[in-house]
Design a protein around this ligand. Structure first.
Ligand code: SAM
Length: 248
């Protein structure tokens, strides 16, 4: 897999329809509803910092981890442009290794855990997160739902032709292993209007809510709340994003 290499440089452009402000408001509302005292946050799979930077601006003491050096470089440059010195670590979260303990909050937004395709690796992140949190600490994450990955993205093909970027995105869903393989081909125009072709393969695992809840319970998170699509309600059958809120 060559995930989030060249794609890092077009990620923000292709995500320009995502309401990150609304996402952050939702996370803050969860924290408020839970009456959790949060000053420091560890963000897993932070990518280009679309959540990290606004939270840093709101004075949370935040550190971000991602496996992609390229995504982290974009995050770092954006932080510098906005006068924010981000703490960013390049690391595979399935082997999470973080020195600071007694954390108030661990976050993982927008599919980070769908990229962890083996049960034992995901269990490892959950278990390490549990270890790193303070008593009553809060763990908030979301995944693309099983329905979204198997049925909506499934074996479908997507494409878009923009002025400066065009892409084709072909998916293959393996219903034995519950894995979606995504073949991304994108063409990026340079200043002379000449297009360079880039290709990446991404692999995401579709998890059921039950699979996730069993793993969380096994590492010690009890009474996990599960919400669908930025609401405070249980996910509907056609919900595309499932949020999990866990307290240590
Ligand atoms: C869809 S992006 C989300 C980025 C960011 N959280 C956001 O909301 O924009 C998924 C991110 O997961 C990261 N990722 C995938 N597998 C990872 C792993 N094993 N360890 C750390 N990061 C990983 C990718 O590099 C990418 O930045």
């Amino acid at each position: 897999m060559n995930q989030y290499r060249d794609f890092a440089f077009v990620y923000d452009k292709l995500m320009d329809d995502v309401d990150y402000e609304g996402w952050i408001n939702y996370i803050e509302q969860i924290i408020k509803n839970e009456n959790a005292q949060v000053k420091n946050i560890l963000e897993l799979a932070c990518g280009t910092g679309n959540i990290t930077i606004p939270l840093a601006k709101k004075n949370y003491d935040i550190a971000g981890i991602d496996i992609s050096d390229e995504m982290l470089n974009v995050a770092r440059s954006k932080g510098e442009e906005q006068g924010i010195d981000l703490v960013l670590l390049e690391q595979d979260i399935s082997e999470l290794d973080f020195d600071v303990t007694n954390l108030d909050c661990v976050l993982c937004a927008c599919d980070g855990f769908n990229y962890i395709t083996y049960d034992e690796d995901l269990m490892n992140v959950f278990s390490k997160t549990h270890e790193l949190l303070k008593e009553e600490g809060i763990f908030i994450f979301d995944i693309s739902s099983f329905y979204k990955l198997s049925t909506v993205l499934g074996d479908n093909m997507y494409g878009e032709n923009r002025e400066d970027i065009s892409y084709m995105w072909q998916n293959y869903f393996d219903d034995e292993q519950n894995l979606v393989e995504m073949e991304l081909t994108f063409f990026v125009a340079d200043e002379n209007g000449k297009y360079d072709k880039h290709e990446e393969r991404h692999l995401q695992r579709a998890y059921t809510e039950e699979e996730i809840l069993d793993m969380l319970e096994e590492v010690g998170f009890a009474d996990v709340k599960v919400y669908g699509d930025f609401t405070f309600e249980q996910p509907e059958e056609d919900c595309e994003r499932v949020f999990f809120v866990c307290r240590k």
